[in-house]
Design a protein around this ligand. Structure first.
Ligand code: NAP
Ligand code: 8YV
Length: 314
């Protein structure tokens, strides 16, 4: 008999089809029907599959007495009950590394777009404004100062991208990284003061909540650009919007937001921002690699009792 897996996330249909061939796959119903569903099926569930954006509630795993493993589509761990899972001996799998390139690419694309005003210039041409006016000047990227908030797997990849643009790189994180030549800056505000472009790529969750606050935004200043490809929670969104509207911050490129999919409406008419709907890993190649890792983690767990990519306990 195939192991029973519960889908609690939003996952690509091709992954669900593959999981359905290998396992008995159940779909978690809406809250109204959940109690009856869990009473009927909960005791059979050995695994949960979910996505980083949706996660799993600790209350759900508490209702699944036979749960052994959670396999998450994505690298962010902020919506997974890591501590509770660890206490229960439940293994947690995720998809690190396979998305580094695409998240770094999108971070860099946002940086280039905001600096060179590409989306704004596109709107200008489409509106038929070119024959009537000159498009305003932009900011140079090559040779500028890049500050990275976070130098993990993706942060490093962004730093590597910048070498082609001959940028000076410094980074902030709680601990300096041993094997890199880039300068560690222990004071985040000092990094923001130094940087022309500040790219946020830390983990999310309570530890990094509003790390980018009004003070950091003001230190970056009216010529500075903030890029966030980490989590909306890392930036004080209210302070960010206010600084953009007041002209105290030069610009922003945002892939993630505090209350997705809701984006502050004040940003819709602000030409200094470029907004994308949490798509940094969303290429066919990377999403396939993530889907394969989600499947392989579950398959490996039930074949050998080991995960290919295990998230460390909180
Ligand atoms: P990672 O390798 O774990 O790197 C996390 C980095 O954040 C490390 O450099 C870490 O350094 C730093 N950090 C953690 N807490 C910090 C704090 N309180 N203050 C300062 N720095 C802190 O993770 P990754 O694979 O690079 O991914 C990073 C994040 O990107 C994920 O957690 C996810 O939320 C986000 N992400 C977003 C998308 C998207 O679609 N937009 C896609 C993938 C990932 P220290 O531990 O030394 O502080
Ligand atoms: C995805 C992400 O959009 O990996 C992450 O943490 O935020 C993105 O790769 C997400 O996993 C889809 O739920």
């Amino acid at each position: 008999m195939n192991e029973c897996i519960l889908n609690a996330g939003r996952l690509p249909p091709s992954l669900l089809a593959r999981l359905g061939e290998r396992f008995e796959l159940l779909m978690l119903p809406d809250a109204a029907e959940r109690e009856g569903f869990l009473a009927m099926h909960g005791a059979r569930v050995r695994g949960i599959v979910t996505s980083a954006a949706v996660g799993v509630e600790a209350a759900l795993i508490d209702q699944l007495s036979e749960l052994q493993v959670i396999s998450s589509f994505g690298v962010g761990l902020d919506k997974l009950p890591l501590q509770r899972a660890h206490q229960r001996g439940i293994a947690v799998g995720y998809t690190p590394d396979v998305l580094n390139d695409c998240v770094a690419d999108l971070g860099f694309a946002l940086l280039l777009d905001v600096a060179r005003r590409i989306a704004e210039a596109d709107r200008f041409v489409r509106a038929g404004a070119w024959p009537r006016a000159a498009f305003p000047l932009a900011r140079k990227v090559s040779g500028a100062r890049l500050g990275l908030v976070g130098l993990g797997r993706i942060g490093r990849t962004i730093a590597q991208r910048s070498s082609g643009f001959e940028m000076a790189v410094r980074y902030h994180s709680r601990r300096p990284v041993a094997d890199v030549a880039w300068t560690h800056e222990p004071d985040l505000r000092a990094l923001a003061e130094w940087a022309d472009y500040l790219v946020v790529i830390t983990s999310g969750g309570p530890e990094t909540r509003h790390l980018i606050d009004a003070g950091v935004i003001d230190a970056l200043g009216p010529d500075g650009v903030l890029i966030n490809v980490a989590r909306g929670s890392v930036v004080d969104e209210h302070a960010l919007v206010q600084a953009l509207l007041d002209g105290r911050l030069g610009g922003a490129g945002l892939d993630v937001f505090a209350d997705e999919p809701n984006v502050p409406e004040a940003l819709f008419t602000c030409d200094r921002v470029v907004l994308t709907p949490h798509i940094a890993s969303a290429t066919r190649e990377t999403r396939q690699a993530m889907a394969d890792r989600v499947f392989d983690n579950l398959d490996a767990w039930f074949s050998s009792g080991r995960l290919i990519s295990a998230a460390a306990p909180a």
